[in-house]
Design a protein around this ligand. Sequence first.
Ligand SMILES: NC(=O)c1ccc[n+]([C@@H]2O[C@H](COP(=O)([O-])OP(=O)(O)OC[C@H]3O[C@@H](n4cnc5c(N)ncnc54)[C@H](O)[C@@H]3O)[C@@H](O)[C@H]2O)c1
Ligand SMILES: O=C(O)[C@H](O)COP(=O)(O)O
Length: 535
Amino acid sequence: MRVLVADPLDEAGLERLRQGGVELDVRTGLPRATLLSRIGEYEAVIVRSETRIDAEVVEAGRRLAVIGRAGVGVDNIDVEAATRRGIVVVNAPEANTISAAEHTLAMMLAVARRIPWAHHALAQERRWERRRFVGVQLAGKTLGLVGLGRIGSEVARRARAFGMHVLAYDPYVVPERAAETGVELVELEDLLGRSDFISIHCPLTARTRHLIDAERLRRVRPGAYLVNCARGGIVDEAALAEALREGRLAGAALDVFAEEPPGDNPLLGLPNVVVTPHLGASTQEAQSAAALAVAEEVLRVLAGDVPRHAVNVPAISPDRWAWARPYLDLGRRLGRVFTELFGLPPAGRIEIVYRRELAHAPESEALTAATLWGILSPITPEGVSMANARLLACQRGIEVVESHSRPSGDRPGQEAGPAMLVQAQLGGQGQTVSVGGDLGPERRPRLLTIDGYRVHIEEPGHLLVSEHMDRPGIIGTVGTLLGRHRINIAYMQLGRDRPGGQAVMVLGVDGPVPEDVLRQLRQIPDLWNMRAAEW
Ligand SMILES: NC(=O)c1ccc[n+]([C@@H]2O[C@H](COP(=O)([O-])OP(=O)(O)OC[C@H]3O[C@@H](n4cnc5c(N)ncnc54)[C@H](O)[C@@H]3O)[C@@H](O)[C@H]2O)c1
Ligand SMILES: O=C(O)[C@H](O)COP(=O)(O)O
């Protein structure tokens, strides 16, 4: 597996990737033409905010399975294009939170106390000008946060320690959560009119581009300061420059710019603007944490595992991860075994039933994505992942329905079925087929039902599944035929509806069964539906 590291990545991450056994190619600052011509050689690419992975690069990356972002913002990655191709986009959302929050406070203090100008006058020009650099205090002032996520919340905590009153505008946060951090949740217009300092902490998206435009800057309280350590594009820079020139804003502190490096951006020459070159995450701690986190995620995806922090895969909260992870494995195995046994309904409906401990689990979106990944993987093993499984199912005209039954079985008094069931109607007669499973005592996935017949398969490996008439001689014939082809049977499980009726046979075998052996098995009288599958 080849990994391209296209932006500077801390040694901790590079070391982890080497340990993970991948072939590493560190080539920072590649010209775009070179990136486009070489990206097709790699299974993974890792970037920070410098390299743009747009739709054209995604298309050229024919072998890409994962794009890693060693940091938070993914606005330099075309996530939609990656998702269409089944490329998982992972980031390191927790690694630089504190560093970015501390930098925000540093910038706020720098502009409020005029530190860069005072430093310049004394250190560069040897001028001792105490009266020229009178600033304002933070204590007693109102801070308005646009975005109350990880960084916004940490900024709020620190601002409160400085004695500030904190407001926030965040359409996706409930007032209770804001109150926990001692923050008053308000509308954006209210925040603009009431804040002495405004600090931006939302992502750059199509909805937030120029969120702070000329019109909104006119509503800002006169003499306020604007701090932006999120993304330059969230603010209309020309309108901000005008507001600063006209003195409507007292100052601005900017770590980020619409174009980086900013070239001849008008904001750079203004006397009341403090700037840094996108340094929010530039601490030793944040850099090694981000590099390590993204390396882990990239290795996880390359190993075919589910990532913890993917921006295009349904999220699982960190405190539920350990609980949920084996269920994702269960869903993927059930999905794969379903398609191997029954094929894919050409167009129609697949139902995923969550029961018992899964009936009310908040992870069902992720579980369904993992199950669909499994369902589609025997058909498009290269092109499907948790990122695009739902989209691909939809493109094939497959309707996916989740149902959640009562925790203790479908009806009162009824014994609970397997925690998860994948079922569909096949063929014109509406025959229902299904597989069901749960986790065993050691939290390993178990296959517990095939078409309602009870089985118990926990050991991962190759299976032969068939149906037969329950009469003497059939099992012996199967065993003899496999023995002749030196295929060892690890275990056998049988289920039947009644003596002499129909039965299902599951054989665990120590290796894949060649197609010509399957053909011979299918010719055994009174035995039908012989299929190979994997658990
Ligand atoms: N300067 C730096 O070096 C640096 C470092 C880290 C992060 N960042 C930037 O900061 C951003 C925030 O990081 P985070 O870790 O706090 O992310 P986060 O996802 O934890 O928080 C973002 C918050 O913004 C809110 N939001 C989304 N749309 C909004 C809108 N239209 N108006 C108001 N709020 C909105 C979300 O609800 C969320 O609560 C990142 O997206 C990144 O661009 C910059
Ligand atoms: O979104 C982020 O994580 C920050 O903007 C940091 O970007 P960087 O990795 O390019 O420093």
